[in-house]
Design a protein around this ligand. Structure first.
Ligand code: PHE
Length: 350
């Protein structure tokens, strides 16, 4: 092997040994740079005679081309390696499942409200709403519970600022004030539309919503949910209350054999009044009477507060605990779970 072949070999292996572009450029300088080994050889040409110079010059040129060829090949190889490692680093596994957007859902008590609206809707009941900060008159007085009435103490009330002297506003203790608000509106609308004497369409309404009392344990929360029901007409009777509420409960709990009991009770705004208990025919609660609603025939004083003549108009009202209905439907035994906001609990209802 002559000195030029040896030089080319040495250049090739130096280039192979370089693993980065900058190492390769350093190796290049050692052979082709200003004071590189090949350049040094070229400088040696000047000492030769004309013939020798030609031969030696051609050989050096060949060696130079070989070295440049090896350099170019290594440059491409390194660029390719770099690309490969970059591709590897940025690899995207398109077979991985995509990230889904978490789907929200309705709160179990909202599901109960929807269900109740649907069932009563099918029986011709409208849905009404009223304010949660209520005037004393709507919450108590119009419901036959005057200021000194002992029944006011059945409700441990959150009073708030505003209202009139001696009758501060309050967080409504039940949904019953919506009875009055809705009936007054209904009567007003009817009077505006028709000549006096024409018979008024029946009032048939439910009013679900939040209610508040100073109360807190496993089955009571200071904020809870009720749904009011009101049916007023000229021929409505207690029998209708029993049919409607029995039908509703059996549909709600999907149990045709559900038994209801109307137990005599007292409310200032109804007379007679009844507590409604239900009993499941089977399942873990079978055989127990469970109180789910208060009800009764609307008291004449309340009918009067609605702007109607109690000699002519009669009807019934009921108020049920939505949290209770939800607990019974899903078998939840602690009311507080509904309001803790724990996603592990809430997501079970979707
Ligand atoms: N408002 C009553 C309560 O909260 C329930 C009720 C409503 C009773 C309508 C009779 C008629 O306890």
């Amino acid at each position: 092997m002559n000195d030029l072949d040896a030089l080319v070999d040495s250049a090739r292996s130096s280039f192979e040994a370089a693993t980065t572009p900058s190492e390769l450029e350093n190796a290049k300088a050692r052979f082709l740079g200003k004071s590189g080994r090949l350049t040094e050889m070229m400088k040696g040409l000047s000492a030769l005679g004309v013939e020798d110079k030609k031969i030696r010059g051609a050989a050096i040129n060949q060696a130079k081309q070989a070295i440049e060829g090896a350099l170019g090949a290594r440059r491409m190889a390194l660029a390719d390696l770099e690309l490969q490692s970059q591709l590897k680093a940025e690899a995207l596994d398109v077979t991985l499942p995509g990230r889904r957007r978490g789907q929200g859902g309705l709160h179990p008590v909202s599901l109960t409200m929807e269900r109740i609206e649907l069932i009563f809707g099918s029986m011709g009941f409208e849905v009404a709403q009223g304010p949660e900060i209520e005037a004393d008159w709507f919450n108590f007085t119009a419901l036959n519970t005057p200021e000194d009435h002992p029944a006011r103490s059945m409700h441990d009330t959150f009073y708030v600022e505003g209202g009139t002297p001696g009758a501060p506003n309050l967080l409504r203790t039940h949904t019953s004030p919506v009875q009055i608000r809705h009936a007054l509106q209904h009567v007003k609308r009817h009077k505006a539309k028709t000549d006096a004497g024409q018979s008024m369409p029946e009032i048939r309404v439910i009013a679900p919503g939040r209610t508040y009392r100073v109360d807190s344990d496993a089955t009571h929360s200071p904020m809870f949910h009720q749904c009011e029901g009101l049916w007023i007409g000229e021929q409505v009777s207690f029998k209708d209350l029993k049919v409607v509420f029995t039908d509703f409960c059996r549909t709600f709990f999907e149990s045709e054999d559900l038994v209801l009991r109307f137990r005599p009770s007292f409310f200032p705004f109804t007379e007679p009044s009844a507590e409604i208990d239900i009993q499941f025919p089977s399942g873990p609660l079978a055989g127990r009477w469970l109180e789910v609603a208060g009800s009764g025939q609307v008291h004449p004083n309340v009918v009067r507060a609605m702007g109607l003549d109690p000699e002519r108009f009669i009807g019934f009202a009921f108020g049920m605990g939505l949290d209770r209905f939800t607990m019974l439907r899903y078998g939840v035994n602690d009311l507080r779970l509904f309001f803790d906001g724990d996603i592990r609990f809430l997501s079970q209802f979707q």
